[in-house]
Every structure is written in C-alpha cells, then in structure tokens.
Design a protein around this ligand. Structure first.
Ligand code: GLY
Length: 434
C-alpha cells in the first residue's frame, strides 16, 4: 500500500504556500504567486475540460490547427519544389482552433488522466481524483495494444499515476499486461524495442522511446521479474550507442538492419536529419535521467548531464522556452515549443536533485516561471480548456503548430509538483512501491 505521504495530507492552499524559496517577506510572497496562479489555473482548466469532454468517451489532445506552406518552407529552409513531407491536416474553417479529441489508442491519450492525477496529488482535491479515475478507466483498451511503443506514455501516465495514488490489484494487472506487450516489441539481435510499424524504415527506434522504459522498471517492481528491467537497460544502452552525435544532440529516428547495425539516422519531426529537434532533446534528458535513477549505471547519468549542458548552451531564447527545433532560425516568427520546455524542466529538476546541482533546478525554475507567465499560461476559461499555449506537435507535417498540447500540460504539472517536492526537501519522484 502506497500513498503520496506528504502531499496528499495537505490541502491545496497549504501546499501553495509551503514552497520555500529561502527569501523573506514581500519577496517571498511575490515569488510564490506565480506558482499558486499556475496551479489554480491548471485545476480550473482540467476540471472544466473533464466535464465538457466526458460524454464523448474521448480525450482532449490539442486544437485543430492549420498551416501555411510558406511558413513550413521558411522554417524548414526548403524550397517548395523540394518539399516532399506529407502534410497531414487542413481543418475546415468552422473546425479551426476547436478542440481536437483523440481515442484511447492515440499516443497522447494517457496524458489527460495523468494530469488529473497530478492535480489531485498537488491539491488533495477528491473531485479531481474522481475525474482521474473516470478518465483512467477509459484507457483500458490501450493495455491490449501491440502495434506501438507508446504504451509507456499511454499507460504509465494514466494507470501508473493511479497506482501511486490509489493502488489496486486491477491496476497492477493492467500495468503488467501492457509491459508484456511492450517487451514483445523488443528484438534481442538489435537490442531495442521497435517504435513504429509504419514507414519505410527497416526497424525504426525514436528517442521518444526512452520515455516508455519507466513502465518496464515499474513492471519489474510489481512482479519481481527482472525481464522487464533487462529489456529497458538493453534498449537504453543501444540508444546510448547510436542515437547521439559527438556534440550530445540526438537524432530523432535511428533505424537498424536485422543484424543490429544502423541502417539510417535522421529525423521525422525535426528541421532536418542533423538538427536538434527540441522535444527529442527533452526526451533524451528526461529518459536518461530516469534510467539512471532506476539503474545507477554511470553512463546513463553522464549522458543525461551531457544533454542537459548541451540544452543549456543551445536553448537561446531569453525566456528559456525553446524554439521547436534548437537549430531553427532564431526570430519572432519561429514557433516555440512549450511541451519541450515542460519536459526539459521536469527532467532537469530530477537531475539537479540526483546530482545536488542547483544550476539545473534553477534552470528548470526559470522555464516554469516563463510557462506560468501570461505569455504561455492560458487565462481560465480560454484555450479550449488546456493549461498552456504555444507548443508544436510536428511542424514538418503541418500538424499542431503553435497550439496547446495535452502532454505540455502533463509535464508542466509534473515539473511543478517536482519543484514543490524538492523545495520541501523531498525527492522529486517518489519511490514506486508495489
Ligand atoms: N512522441 C511523439 C512526439 O514527441 O511528438
């Protein structure tokens, strides 16, 4: 039996003022305001969205967006005649910037229930817990899926948070079944879990896949069977060997031949094959940090540190919210990616805690303060119920450019929670107990 000891015991209001910044009086009151405002806004938005969407049986994902070919060409620095990427969407005028929903088979579906769990954890508000349970139950079909690597995102963010905050045997069963489906995609010759079943690659593995390993570490803790953790470690070692360039930026997609040698290395969602797609760098930082936490393997820690330093050196905007690709042309017309910022912040807080390196925590806090400003944080009752504005899904596909995304909200809440915990002297991530 495991509950979130210190947090659940507190009321929302108590938590908001419990963050200590080591400064006094007015200065402290002001520095707490941004956090309280972000959490209050997030709770109101999530609650309203949960109620609005409930009857559809679906999950909020983003807004319907459109694209301008000129903008894509400009961002990708390509001439129209060479522009071969398949464009995905053209909503009708009436649909434009309305709510985009998804079903439980979508890779992002688990983030909304996850956000509800995190908001419950941070406030102790049982009305959020009731909504979290409802939306988590809707994710059940995903636990039977075998044709995607995204099972960690989908099930660990929904059921995984449920297991931490409201443990039940039925949740354990879902987690273990999903982990079995995920390791069924592992090829021992190649040493990786296969990411995608579409496309022309022989065996594509994307950096995002590092984020699905936590489900496997949890499955080993739940069952006592090391096979899940063994697959996770092998996947991380293979990724370490082939996904990174000498400057510690990473490729988005590495495809392998059957003998485990690299067929190709490039991008799907970034600016070009050699660029540093912002969210991918975030996935790498976060993924290797949590893999180090779970394994204690020094090489994983060293890679997380190298990626963190690279991001800090190459993320140029003053507010620390990265351009959608770290190699995109700097300028007011270049979209920022709040989702990448939130993933980086959450990963940095954990890395800072593990290494006792305040620079990383401070950097994360700078990001979170920017995200909590009016530039990125929605006003209550706007933004189709999402918390953050200004993320990018896949610019080369003309998909979800400069829009809210459910995973930006999830990692923003997670990072806020982690920051509060660290400020209180707690580990940012609770030890997972079966
Ligand atoms: N995992 C897909 C993405 O980050 O867009």
């Amino acid at each position: 039996m495991h509950v979130s000891k210190s947090i659940l015991a507190m009321s929302g209001a108590a938590l908001l003022v419990a963050i200590t910044y080591g400064c006094a009086g007015t200065e402290k009151a002001q520095s707490d305001d941004w956090y309280a405002n972000a959490l209050t806004t997030a709770v109101a938005q999530l609650r309203q969205t949960a109620d609005d969407v409930d009857s559809t049986g679906l999950f909020p994902r983003s807004l319907m967006t459109d694209y301008s070919l000129e903008q894509l060409e400009d961002q990708l620095q390509t001439a129209h005649s060479n522009f071969k990427v398949e464009l995905l969407e053209h909503p009708s005028l009436a649909e434009y910037r309305t709510l985009r929903l998804c079903d439980a088979a979508d890779w992002t579906a688990g983030f909304f229930p996850g956000s509800l769990w995190l908001a419950y954890e941070m406030t102790g508000d049982t009305t959020l817990r009731e909504r979290a349970v409802r939306y988590t139950n809707k994710m059940l079909p995903a636990s039977y899926m075998t044709d995607t690597h995204d099972l960690g995102f989908m099930i660990n963010c929904s059921y995984g948070n449920a297991l931490r905050l409201a443990p039940a045997d039925s949740i354990r069963e879902v987690m273990v079944r999903t982990a079995d489906n995920l390791i069924a995609r592992f090829n021992p010759e190649i040493g990786c879990i296969r990411s995608w079943d579409f496309g022309e690659w022989n065996y594509p593995v994307i950096i995002d896949n590092m984020m699905n390993l936590q489900l496997l570490f949890n499955a080993t803790k739940l069952t006592g069977d090391s096979k899940y953790k063994d697959v996770a470690i092998k996947h991380a070692r293979t990724t370490l060997a082939h996904h990174f360039r000498p400057d510690h930026t990473c490729y988005h997609v590495v495809s392998y031949k059957a003998d485990g040698t690299v067929e190709s290395a490039g991008t799907f969602q970034g600016k070009n094959d050699d660029s540093a797609w912002a969210r991918g760098q975030g996935w790498a930082l976060y993924g290797f940090t949590e893999t180090f936490r779970e394994t204690g393997v020094d090489e994983f820690r060293d890679k997380a540190v190298a990626v963190a330093e690279m991001i800090m050196a190459r993320n140029t905007p003053a507010d620390k919210i990265p351009y959608w690709d770290l190699d995109a042309r700097a300028g007011a017309d270049t979209p920022r990616d709040a989702s990448a910022a939130a993933v980086i912040a959450s990963g940095m807080i954990e890395l800072g805690y593990i290494l006792k390196e305040q620079r990383y925590t401070d950097y994360a806090e700078q990001i979170l303060r920017s995200l909590a400003s009016a530039d990125y944080l929605a006003e209550q009752g706007t933004n189709c119920g999402f918390v953050l504005k200004h993320s990018v899904g896949s610019l080369p596909h003309g998909s979800e450019i400069d829009t809210p995304l459910n995973y930006a909200d999830y990692y923003f809440l997670e990072a806020l929670n982690r920051l509060a915990r660290v400020k209180k002297g707690l580990a940012p991530v609770e030890e997972f107990i079966s």
